[in-house]
Design a protein around this ligand. Structure first.
Ligand SMILES: [Zn+2]
Length: 490
């Protein structure tokens, strides 16, 4: 067992006892309590991060009836929660209509202040309606998918873990796809990588022309640092064309590689990563997409024209404040999200197989470059568990299905020869974080002023409180939360 896991396990065991008293109270699982008193309930276990669950699962045992009832409880919870936010959205729509009627009925009799207040009210209600729609359509399903994946993990991982250990002992694991890790860089993953360079350049030109690419992050040291990590991983990968790396000034937690070795890392990734191994895990995953030529393969299906048609729609919203889908409308309020949605869905994210391939290869590359490959899982985990589901939604929507991905990633890590020492944290990473902090703060101040520039028509309104997942918050808490009132109307 790896150092990191061992450390985690000891923390978890410590926690289990602390958690037990309230976790029993929290759980609404019906039926007899068959677990030992000091053991976590199934429902409480679902709140733990994936990596802890991987370590814990083989030591826990729940009757199959418990899994069954928990599963049905999750389904009911999701249905109820989505229904709630759909109803909220309808309610906001009704309120908007009322406000519009008032505006029309009172027409020229309204004072300037009353008119301003009504405009603000409509604008804020519209924002809340979009927010509720996105939660019902995306945020909530994603959160519940995640809980279901953890339930699967608890139920099925122990047997799969035992199986993986048998494969390890018998040597069968070497026959897995791309099991020849000692030949990374000399084996052929996908022929014709150089053919992608032109395609990638064209895509970037189009993106720039449509003003869809956020600006470069204005700090040469951070750019250099991220570039160094990426180049180190590229040298230890199956990518045989030059890699170009740019950090973008965007709070989106996303990274993407355009065909031909063009890697973009958005600022949000640097903010969310806690150590260099996590950052390396994300970068390695994206390099793997390029090494395996996934973008090129997908672009054959989704034509470039189709991609840029959608991109142009995003641009239209950005530049004119025109009407677009609720998701986009909402997303843009939170910074530069349109890009991730467009790029990932069309270029990289639509294939489940490709994601699994990029996970496997990415883990191999991070490992070969000397990193702790568990960094990838930890980052993924964090995105699923604690970071706002909306904040990370573009990366997530394009990266299903949780359970298969986590299990495959964990198995691959088991099969890689352990390094005597692997890189987790570096002083350069911590320096980068220090340099990043003021840049993030400045950008956030600017982002706060930005919504008015993007879609608001009425200036000087106090925006409503955004409904966002807070770190450590469970989806149930979010679902139980009260409807937000449209502030700024008085
Ligand atoms: Zn991917």
């Amino acid at each position: 067992m790896r150092e990191r896991l061992r450390r985690l396990l000891s923390v978890v065991v410590g926690w289990t006892l602390v958690l037990a008293p309230w976790s029993t109270a929290l759980s609404q699982t019906p039926g007899p309590q068959t677990q030992a008193p000091a053991q976590l309930t199934l429902h409480a276990a679902l709140q733990l991060p994936y990596e802890q669950l991987f370590a814990l699962a083989p030591t826990l045992s729940f009757p199959s009836s418990a899994f069954k009832s928990e599963r049905s409880m999750l389904q009911k919870g999701e249905t109820a929660c989505r229904r709630r936010f759909k109803a909220d959205a309808k309610d906001y729509a009704k309120q908007i209509e009322q406000a519009r009627k008032q505006l029309k009925a009172q027409g020229s009799r309204l004072s300037n202040l009353d008119r301003h207040n009504l405009h603000c009210r409509i604008q804020n209600l519209d924002l809340l309606r979009s927010e509720a729609e996105v939660l019902a359509g995306q945020g909530i399903p994603t959160a519940y998918d995640n809980l279901a994946a953890k339930l699967d993990l608890l139920q099925y991982w122990p047997a799969q873990y035992a199986q993986a250990r048998r494969e390890l002992a018998s040597g069968v694991y070497r026959q897995r796809r791309w099991g020849d890790v000692q030949d990374i860089g000399f084996r052929q993953i996908a022929a014709g990588q150089p053919d992608d360079i032109k395609r990638g350049q064209q895509a970037i030109e189009e993106l720039r022309r449509s003003r869809l690419l956020p600006p470069d992050l204005p700090n040469a040291d951070i750019q250099r640092y991220v570039n160094e990590i990426a180049q180190r991983i590229a040298r230890n990968s199956d990518l045989k064309i030059p890699l170009h790396v740019v950090v973008l000034q965007s709070r989106e937690v996303n990274a993407f590689a355009l065909p031909g070795g063009y890697l973009f890392v958005e600022r949000g990734v640097l903010e969310e990563a806690d150590d260099e191994a996590e950052l390396a895990g994300v970068i390695a995953h994206e390099i793997a997409h390029d090494a395996a030529r996934h973008g090129a393969k997908l672009m054959k299906r989704a034509t470039i024209a189709g991609i840029f048609y959608q991109a142009a729609q995003v641009a239209a919203v950005l530049l004119t404040g025109g009407v677009a889908g609720a998701g986009l409308y909402y997303a843009l309020q939170y910074g530069f999200y349109g890009l991730g949605l467009v790029i990932n869905l069309n270029l990289l994210g639509v294939s489940r197989d490709f994601e699994l391939q990029a996970d496997q290869l990415g883990i191999q590359y991070a490992w070969k470059a000397g990193y702790d490959p568990e960094g990838f899982i930890l980052f993924f985990d964090k995105m699923a568990t604690k970071a706002g589901y909306i904040k990370g939604v573009s990366w997530f929507r394009t990266h299903p299905p949780f359970y298969t991905r986590m299990v495959n990633a964990q198995r691959e890590i088991m099969f890689l020869p352990a390094h005597k020492q692997s890189i987790v944290q570096t002083s350069q990473f911590l320096e980068m974080k220090q340099r990043l902090a003021p840049i993030t703060a400045a950008a956030e101040r600017e982002d706060e002023d930005k919504p008015s520039l993007l879609i608001s028509r009425e200036e000087g309104c106090t925006p409503p409180r955004k409904i966002e997942y807070q770190p450590g918050q469970s989806v149930e808490q979010l679902c139980a939360g009260a409807q937000t009132a449209p502030a700024g109307t008085r």
